[in-house]
Write a protein that binds this ligand. Sequence first.
Ligand code: BDR
Ligand code: CA
Length: 335
Amino acid sequence: MVSPHHRLTPCAMLAAMSHVSNDRPQIVLDCDPGHDDVIAIVLAAHTTNLLGITTVAGNAPLDRTTYNACVMRDAMQLDTTVHSGAERPLVAEPKFAGYVHGASGLDGAELPAPSHGADSTDAVSFIIDTCRQNEGVWLVPTGPLTNIALALRTAPDLVDRIAGISLMGGGTFGNRTPLAEFNVWADPHAAAMVFDCGAPITMAGLDVTHQFLVTPPRIEQVEAINTPFSSMITDLFRFFARNYLSRHEHMVGAALHDPLAVMALTHPHLFIGVDRHVTIEMEGRHTTGMTVIDRRDMIGQEAPNAHVLERVDHEAAWAIVLDALAAASNRAAHA
Ligand code: BDR
Ligand code: CA
């Protein structure tokens, strides 16, 4: 089975600006904040029915990704619980992404200490209970897939209960290695369990996220919102973009990966994607963590298990992020 959001056409800015439909998807956001995870939280708060935030080790160690999620909950005055989850990958050694996000996972801004910490340390139980108690939940992982794999392994009934999994990860090229994207590379065994689980999967991989850049002119638009919240996001974006610009020959901004896993659900018309069979390479000499996407057109090949996003209308997508940032800024300013 694959995602219902198939073969979508790019659309005009106007359509993109139109607010999300009344049928807000119910989601659990499983993240490792992370600069782009923060924007996924902002977007999820604005455009979905956010049932909870779960955290995983990834961009930074678990205590720090959880802290960062709690900071954002306060900054946005969110009425959402936060649950910390897996401290390490299923099999692989823990590896973080300080080279992109800084040692804290969110370098670049002064972050006020959160008023309180996580509501529980059992993200897996939270995911299971939430999916059993609510019809048609979407799981939206934007970090390594450890929590999701553990939830599916503990409660295989989730596969038939959830609407699907919209994840950021993978691609036809890599960023951590030539062929592996960070989230899949960090826990390839978990990714394999998720891609094999049988639930509808939408994959926002690097092919599509590298079309969605936070560039200096876009950062100026955020700065112009001119509130304490937007200043914090501006500082975070400046750090994130500087890092990308210093590490890439030709990129003109930082790839804003994670919000696209949310937007694929709320604004599917902005994307073009194709159903593919995706296998995770777990033990290649040069290819561990690669998403092997079967693009052949062969009779008898394995049936698609994922809707692989290939293109995004990035201008419309940016307008939506800007709108969500303005709304979050307002909410924070009037709290
Ligand atoms: C992914 O890795 C992390 O650094 C980002 O937050 C994103 O989820 C991109 O490869
Ligand atoms: Ca992430």
